[in-house]
Design a protein around this ligand. Structure first.
Ligand SMILES: Cc1cc2nc3c(=O)[nH]c(=O)nc-3n(C[C@H](O)[C@H](O)[C@H](O)COP(=O)(O)OP(=O)(O)OC[C@H]3O[C@@H](n4cnc5c(N)ncnc54)[C@H](O)[C@@H]3O)c2cc1C
Length: 417
């Protein structure tokens, strides 16, 4: 027998991630009686994992027209970002005692480097505005009558409200709570769901030498992805080598484009580990080094030019005997080394799935959501916030920015009569 919660709420938020927490807090701050329903015993489990625990909360961007271009369905986000821009967000957190700082590539973090401070301040925002928390309550169904939601059903309770905000996330890292089941109810409610696919995933690489280079990080690498002899994508950024292949911002961002192409045939990546130097310049540096250190083994050369781990990788791929003295190296071998710095060819074996995806691409079609209010155009008293919507961006704080802005707007507009 389910316990029926008689108390009538104005707004009921489903999902206690960043989008749900800010939506609940904002609606309550505007005077609504708000309930927040979360299936885990804790809120913001995924939020605590963001930025390796440091929480890259947003991107330092000021021109919203330019900023939204980095997103899938970016134009849809313009209204929400104008209401809660990265600057407004930093002011919001500053006002709640969380100072932020800008790091390399415009990534914004709390000064404390603690994602927990961000989560605590959001939780406090909800508490001081009297949000009622229902945790360990998994919503299993949503009941609609005459184009309005009348109640939600959890495993133990039935709870009703005037308005509902859906902030259940996507399908990525399902162990954190976001398993995509909400997409089934939403289809039942009449919403179109754009097929969810994993986005921002590491790339599996065939060559063993790449896997053996695990732990190597290479900064400012350029990459050209080729398929059937044609350039399909170019990108640049920081790259990490792992036991399965490639990760780091460059690989994660690249995976957004590769996902669409991978079924069409083999993809090769041409990595330029020294994009700021021409082929000729790299050759000159290597030639000079080999001349200076001619009496040394190859493995003891180029120490000023690349890290030991990077050199191990280059020499492993070159298949040159590193016991050879540098002076004994043929021109052909030297050019092979230069080519590996400038055009290292690796083969894509596959992409990780939802279990390792930072975000989900796909979700509730933006055509069915009013971008000014985040209100459903299909179900009268339903609003959306966060990753459940069919918008996603690259790494660097872009995806949390979606959660804050859409959550804030959904919370605010759900209170308007
Ligand atoms: C490892 C990792 C690192 C990341 N780092 C960054 C970063 O540094 N910067 C950045 O911008 N983005 C980052 N992201 C992406 C970012 O974390 C997500 O975009 C964001 O958490 C989405 O927020 P959300 O509130 O929409 O959904 P979620 O955070 O997924 O929260 C959804 C909540 O809804 C709950 N829920 C789901 N179904 C139900 C149900 N049926 N009943 C009740 N509750 C339910 C879930 O338990 C969960 O708590 C990272 C993601 C990962 C996985």
């Amino acid at each position: 027998m389910k316990k029926i919660i008689q108390e009538q709420f104005d707004v009921l938020v489903i999902g206690g991630g960043p989008a749900g927490l800010i939506a609940a807090g904002r609606a309550a701050q505007k005077g609504a009686r708000v309930a927040l329903v979360e299936k885990n015993d804790r809120y913001g489990i995924k939020l605590l994992m963001t930025g390796n625990g440091r929480c890259n909360i947003t991107q330092d961007a000021s021109d919203m027209f330019e900023f939204v271009k980095a997103y899938k369905n970016g134009r849809f986000l313009l209204n929400a970002f104008n209401r809660m821009s990265p600057k407004n967000l930093r002011d919001f957190f500053r006002g709640r005692g969380v100072e932020t700082k800008v790091e390399k590539n415009g990534k914004v973090y709390p000064v404390s480097d603690q994602g927990k401070d961000v989560l605590d301040s959001l939780y406090q925002y909800c508490r001081e505005n009297m949000v009622t928390f229902f945790n360990t309550e998994e919503v299993i169904d949503i009941i609609k009558e005459e184009n309005k939601i009348t109640k939600i059903i959890t495993k133990k309770k039935e709870i009703s409200a005037e308005k509902y905000i859906l902030a259940t996330g996507g399908k990525s890292y399902p162990q954190t709570g976001s398993n995509g089941k909400a997409f089934d109810w939403l289809e039942k409610l009449g919403h179109k769901i754009v097929e969810p696919v994993p986005s921002l995933v590491p790339i599996l690489i065939k060559e063993q030498a790449i896997k053996d280079a695990q732990g190597l990080s290479a900064h400012n690498v350029s990459v050209v992805a080729m398929q059937a002899g044609k350039k399909i994508v170019t990108s640049s950024g920081d790259l990490m080598f792992a036991h399965y292949g490639l990760s780091g911002p460059l690989a994660l961002n690249l995976s957004r484009d590769l996902r669409k192409k991978i079924a069409k045939g083999e993809i090769k990546l041409l990595l330029d580990l020294k994009p700021q130097l021409s082929f000729e310049k790299v050759d000159e540096i290597i030639r000079n080094d080999f001349e200076k250190n001619g009496h040394k083994n190859l493995s003891n050369c180029l120490a000023d030019f690349a890290s030991p781990k990077m050199l191990d990788l280059i020499f492993a791929l070159s298949e040159i005997d590193t016991h050879k003295h540098a002076s004994n190296l043929s021109k052909q071998d030297r050019l092979k080394v230069v080519s590996l710095f400038k055009k290292m060819e690796v083969t894509v074996e596959g992409l990780f799935g939802f279990e390792k995806a930072m975000v989900t691409s796909g979700g509730v079609s933006v055509k069915e959501i009013d971008s000014k209010t985040m209100q459903s155009k299909i179900v009268k008293n339903l609003y959306f916030a966060g990753e459940v919507v069919d918008v996603d961006g690259p790494t660097g704080g872009y995806n949390l920015q979606v959660c804050w802005a859409t959550g804030y707007v959904a919370g605010e507009s759900s209170v308007l009569r």
